[in-house]
Design a protein around this ligand. Structure first.
Ligand code: CUA
Length: 306
């Protein structure tokens, strides 16, 4: 199997070459005719050729043949890149639910120990077809990682399908491609393609509930569970089961906060918690008034959730 972008790129090249040939032929005929039949050379009305059946046949059959060729190539490419998966095409190696929300991403991995829910950073194994079930929590978003596959909308109330395939390890980035509200620009997409062993290790770690905190962390967990945080966020292993915001069970293992706005480190985490609206105006996370001591404890707790 080859990455979708190679299949799409190959098709685009063929279409481009055919279009270029047509363009050159039409322009050449146009320029030649304008020069050859110019008024100074051929005065009077041009000879009429209506009803020339040979010409009629040529300019009906030729475009029809070109369209037929493109149709066959296009349906083949669509099947190859997995667009037809929903309709019973080849099932791929792995299925992940990707859900767009204002203004972040959620990914749900099936796992032997139940569903693993993470946010904003999609980890995938390299050289494996990954079928995403695309959903939306609210409005239309659009999922697009140019380096890995085509662009597909996420539409409320329906599930679309997109196949990703990475033929090399590395980080692939993208961006929500459908205007979805004030923070549309801060729906960064990050995909980390990893060797299979690394991916399996990562998934196993993400499957575990949060590791029980101690010291300042334990105090931080109390701050978390006794404040507004729990109504939107879940942390497995605690009573926090909110679903409106990102799952935070292993939040410290992610590289950024707020879908790419801030680097994920203790200083940024503290600044973010103190005033989310300063960094992502319009985000649905409110400012929760906390004392400095509570804020410190909360930061130490969350940054300990590796
Ligand atoms: Cu989500 Cu734009």
């Amino acid at each position: 199997m080859r990455p979708s972008i190679e299949a799409i790129g190959g098709l685009a090249l063929i279409v481009g070459v055919i279009a270029l040939i047509i363009f050159v032929a039409v322009e050449a005929t146009l320029i030649y005719s304008a020069w050859h039949y110019r008024a100074s050379r051929m005065p009077g009305p041009a000879p009429q050729i209506a009803g020339n059946s040979r010409l009629e046949v040529v300019w009906t059959v030729l475009p029809a043949a070109i369209l037929l060729v493109l149709f066959v190539l296009m349906t083949g490419t669509m099947r190859e890149i997995g667009v037809a998966v929903a309709g019973g095409g080849t099932p791929a190696g792995m299925r992940i639910v990707a859900r767009g929300a204002q203004w972040w991403w959620e990914y749900r991995y099936p796992s032997s120990s139940g569903e693993v829910v993470v946010a904003n950073e999609l980890h995938i194994p390299v050289d494996t077809a990954v079928d995403l079930d695309l959903e939306s929590a609210d409005v239309v978003h659009s999922y697009w990682i140019p380096g890995l596959g085509g662009k597909t909308d996420m539409i409320p109330g329906r599930t679309n399908h997109l196949r990703l395939y990475a033929s090399r390890t590395g980080t692939f980035t993208g961006q929500c491609a459908e205007f979805c509200g004030v923070e549309h620009a801060w729906m960064r997409l990050t995909v980390l393609a990893e060797p299979r062993a690394d991916f399996d290790r990562w998934l196993a770690a993400q499957s575990a509930p949060r590791s029980a905190p101690s010291g300042a962390g334990a105090a931080g967990e109390r701050v978390f569970t006794t404040n507004l945080c729990v109504s939107c966020h879940a942390i497995r292993g605690t009573d926090a089961k909110g679903e409106a915001g990102p799952d935070l069970t292993h939040v410290a293992s992610r590289t950024t906060l707020a879908a790419g706005v801030l680097k994920n480190d203790p200083a940024a985490m503290r600044a973010w918690l103190a005033d989310p609206q300063k960094y992502k105006p319009g985000a649905l996370m409110p400012r929760v008034p906390l004392s400095d001591a509570d804020l410190d404890a909360l930061v130490s707790y969350l940054e300990g959730l590796k």
